[in-house]
Write a new protein. Structure first.
Length: 151
C-alpha cells in the first residue's frame, strides 16, 4: 500500500484529522470512514433536493474510493485479493456515478453497505500493537485524617 497516496487523497478531499501521524492501517480505515460520510452526505443532499451538495459529496466519495483506496492497493503483494478489491472499487465508483446521474438512493446504500463490510473486515485485522505496561504506581501514602478535637 502506498500510504503517501492515501494521505494526499485524504487531505485533498478536505477531511479533518491528523493524517500525518496515522499509521498506514489507520489511514485506510479513515478513507473508508470518509467515503461512508460522503455517501451519507450525498444521500442527505438527494433527500433535501440539494443537487450541488449531492454532487460535491458524491465527487468526494468517488475521489476517496478511486484515488485513495484503489490507488493504495499493492497488486504485486496482494495478488488476487488486491485485483478483486480493485474491481470492486471500480464497480463502486461506477455505481456512485450512476447514483449521481439518477439521484438513486438505493445505489448509494449499496455502495455504503459494501464499504461498511470492507471497513469492518479491515478494522478486524488491525495489527496487534505491542504495548508495554506502564510501570506500577507507587502506593499512595496513607494519611490519617483527624476530625474534631484531639483527645
Amino acid at each position: 500500500m502506498n500510504s503517501s497516496i492515501a494521505t494526499k487523497t485524504y487531505e485533498s478531499v478536505g477531511m479533518e484529522s491528523n493524517v500525518h501521524s496515522a499509521d498506514p492501517h489507520t489511514l485506510i480505515s479513515m478513507l473508508f470512514q470518509g467515503a461512508l460520510l460522503a455517501i451519507a452526505n450525498a444521500k442527505n443532499g438527494i433527500l433535501r433536493k440539494d443537487i450541488p451538495a449531492k454532487g460535491t459529496a458524491i465527487s468526494k466519495a468517488i475521489a476517496i474510493i478511486g484515488e485513495g483506496l484503489h490507488a493504495s492497493l499493492d497488486k504485486k503483494a496482494g495478488g488476487e485479493i488486491a485485483e478483486n478489491l480493485a474491481a470492486l472499487y471500480d464497480y463502486m465508483v461506477f455505481r456512485l456515478a450512476d447514483a449521481s446521474i439518477n439521484n438513486d438512493i438505493a445505489k448509494l446504500d449499496e455502495v455504503a453497505r459494501l464499504l461498511g463490510e470492507l471497513k469492518g473486515a479491515w478494522d478486524s485485522i488491525r495489527p496487534a500493537v505491542t504495548q508495554t505496561a506502564p510501570p506500577p504506581k507507587a502506593p499512595e501514602p496513607k494519611v490519617q485524617l483527624v476530625y474534631g478535637r484531639g483527645m
